[in-house]
Design a protein around this ligand. Structure first.
Ligand SMILES: Cc1cc2nc3c(=O)[nH]c(=O)nc-3n(C[C@H](O)[C@H](O)[C@H](O)COP(=O)(O)O)c2cc1C
Length: 171
């Protein structure tokens, strides 16, 4: 195993490489400012608690969406399906109306969600923790929807089809 001095450029590079070794799904984290939906692509998403059900997302404070999330009492998380790479790319660009011409809907609690995603959550913000460049938003689940579609996966900088997974060798 290789380690570097804390704060060194070497460590920063190695940290990026190490993160690339961790495959994730891709989510779109959403909110509403008045009637206008906003959101961004996020893979820093995790389940936190099952009872009560809670999840977290990490949002960069430099993103144009962050000030709107900071003002919000609720947010949505849509787990993208394997045929929604174009949605991930659209929400990975900064600013503009990312919802124009896109299939989205209000969830049961009025939070915008991406239609035909693999799954979606509506959440009430219960905690915000400052953490370096990012803020960790912890949300209590208000509603959850599941489509049965396979997820879009993100690994080592590329997108993959969650329906094409091979079982791991047991040896
Ligand atoms: C696969 C993928 C995962 C991403 N994960 C995150 C994340 O976890 N948190 C974050 O703040 N930005 C993440 N981003 C970057 C934002 O989506 C990107 O900076 C976006 O332009 C922000 O939009 P905004 O400035 O309109 O808010 C990710 C981008 C991609 C493509």
């Amino acid at each position: 195993m290789t380690t570097q001095e804390p704060g060194s450029a070497d460590l920063a590079d190695r940290v990026k490489q190490a993160h690339r070794a961790f495959p994730t799904g891709v989510t779109i984290v959403t909110g509403k400012a008045g009637e206008q939906p906003f959101g961004l692509a996020v893979n820093a998403f995790s389940s936190v608690s099952l009872s009560p059900p809670m999840v977290l997302v990490c949002i960069n404070r430099a993103s144009s969406s962050y000030p709107k999330f900071f003002q919000s009492q609720s947010f949505g998380v849509s787990i993208l399906a394997n045929d929604q790479q174009h949605v991930a790319m659209r929400f990975a660009k900064s600013g503009g109306d990312k919802f124009k011409g896109l299939a989205w809907h209000d969830g049961a609690c009025g939070v915008p969600l991406i239609t035909e995603a693999a799954a979606g959550f509506e959440l009430e913000v219960v905690s915000m923790l400052m953490a370096g460049t990012h803020v960790i938003f912890i949300g209590k689940v208000l509603s959850a929807e599941v489509s049965g579609k396979a997820a879009l996966l993100y690994s080592d900088g590329g997108f993959y089809d969650g329906a094409q997974l091979a079982p791991a060798s047991q040896s």
